[in-house]
Write a protein that binds this ligand. Structure first.
Ligand code: PLP
Length: 407
């Protein structure tokens, strides 16, 4: 290999153009800070899209990865391995789950959940109970099945024909859901807290009502906690705070803290339908990913860490309200734990990406959740002084944006 320089331009020359990455290229991270090729530092309120829940290069995750790297990387599911079984046992101890399936991404965990729901229905109810109900807006991944379930036309256009038997109902609208569910419904999937779709929390009445209607119609309830799980909501899994338990739970993002791993959790009775040979993936449950996720789970299941997430939520909210008192650009500040949404006022609607750019100019990384909402998903252990430093940069960014716009 030659030693030609790596620049942002190279992306356009060698990569499929489905992403539009920012101009800087980070080369190193530590905690809630990143450094680019020129040694400039950035504060990370984005967390690699709610993934690096313990920041960058957490010593215990680095140690878990290195130790496992010296022992065993991969054996496939022809064999099992200790890190996978230990992680599955911990997930069962800590949640409603009795059985676990590992995959490598959120979409794959949801794909497994949806396939399991269809298979379970075929096993116990025959061919008339196939329908899946999902909610708009929502996001469940980019495989053809999960993207169709997500129900956003901009993500499915051009990829037809799409999988069939999927119905969409407005999120948090229990009456519409009650009208849509029937004996033909085999499963219902929802995010307890919408991530990509604007950081909107399910109301407790909605989740409770969906659970009751699923029970009445013998439909499986799937919670997609790919983004809101793993401590992000201030609880290990968001369902725990609602007191509403799903039949199947999927999670990914924060589970590996940056190492790609996902999990589908369910009961023993439902799991039975994924019998030998019915589903699988080569890398699912690989020792490296499971060793890292085991270390992540040890850290994030600590009640003190979870209380810290709720405390940091308050620190962020206070700071964001202060910024908004000065500029009045936010219509609503919302979210749970460290999944925060800043919805822009009408005047700023459609401009969330301008805020990302302005923040980047101040060396701060933030996310959007659609055109009208800025989303923050920082490390769950971000120190309070780094929060304040990042919020100051955010304030500067908004000051610039506002001054440019009113000129
Ligand atoms: C990110 C996300 C997914 C998809 O996960 P991938 O790892 O990108 O496949 C699914 N559901 C939710 C709620 C997500 O936030």
């Amino acid at each position: 290999m030659n030693q030609l320089s790596v620049t942002r331009q190279l992306f356009d020359d060698v990569m499929v153009p489905n992403y539009a990455p920012a101009a800087i290229i980070p080369v190193r991270g530590e905690g809630s800070r990143l450094w680019d090729q020129d040694g400039r530092d950035y504060i990370d309120f984005a967390g690699g899209i709610a993934v690096t829940g313990l920041g960058h290069a957490h010593p215990r995750l680095v140690a878990a990865l290195n130790e496992q790297a010296k022992k065993l990387w991969h054996v496939s599911n022809v064999l099992t391995n200790e890190p996978a079984l230990n992680l599955a046992r911990r997930l069962c101890e800590l949640t409603f789950a009795e059985r676990v399936f590992f995959a490598n991404s959120g979409a794959e965990a949801n794909e497994a959940a949806l396939k399991l729901a269809r298979k379970y229905s075929a096993d116990y109810f025959g061919s008339d109970k196939r329908e899946i109900i999902a909610f708009t807006p929502s996001f469940h991944g980019r495989t053809l099945f999960t993207v169709t379930v997500g129900g956003q036309p901009k993500y499915t256009e051009g990829f037809e024909p799409l999988p069939q038997g999927i119905t969409h109902v407005p999120f948090n609208d229990l009456a519409a859901f009650a009208a849509a569910i029937s004996e033909r419904t085999c499963a219902v999937i929802l995010e307890p807290v919408l991530g990509e779709s604007g950081v909107i929390s399910a109301t407790p009445e909605f989740l409770q009502g969906v659970r009751e209607l699923c029970d009445q119609h013998r439909a499986l309830l799937i919670f997609d906690e790919v983004q809101c799980g793993n401590g992000r909501s201030g609880h290990l899994y968001a369902y725990m705070a609602y007191g509403v338990t799903p039949d199947i739970l999927t999670t990914a993002k924060g589970l590996g803290g940056g190492f790609p791993i996902s999990a589908m959790l369910t009961t023993a009775a439902i799991a039975r339908s994924l019998s030998v040979g019915s589903h699988g993936t080569t890398y699912g449950g690989n020792p490296l990913g499971c060793a890292v996720a085991g270390a992540v789970l040890d850290i994030i299941s600590d009640p003190e860490l979870l209380a810290g997430v709720r405390h940091k939520h308050a620190v962020f909210m206070a700071g964001l309200h202060r910024i908004n008192q000065r500029f009045g650009v936010f219509r609503e500040l919302r979210g749970k734990g460290l999944l925060l949404g800043c919805e822009l006022t009408e005047a700023w609607h459609g401009r969330s990406r301008d805020f990302i750019k302005a923040a980047l100019d101040q060396r701060l990384l933030v996310l959007v959740a659609g055109p009208d909402v800025i989303r923050l998903a920082p490390s769950l252990i971000i120190p309070d002084d780094v929060i304040e430093d990042g919020l100051q940069r955010f304030e500067q960014a908004i000051a610039h944006l506002v001054s440019q716009t009113t000129q």
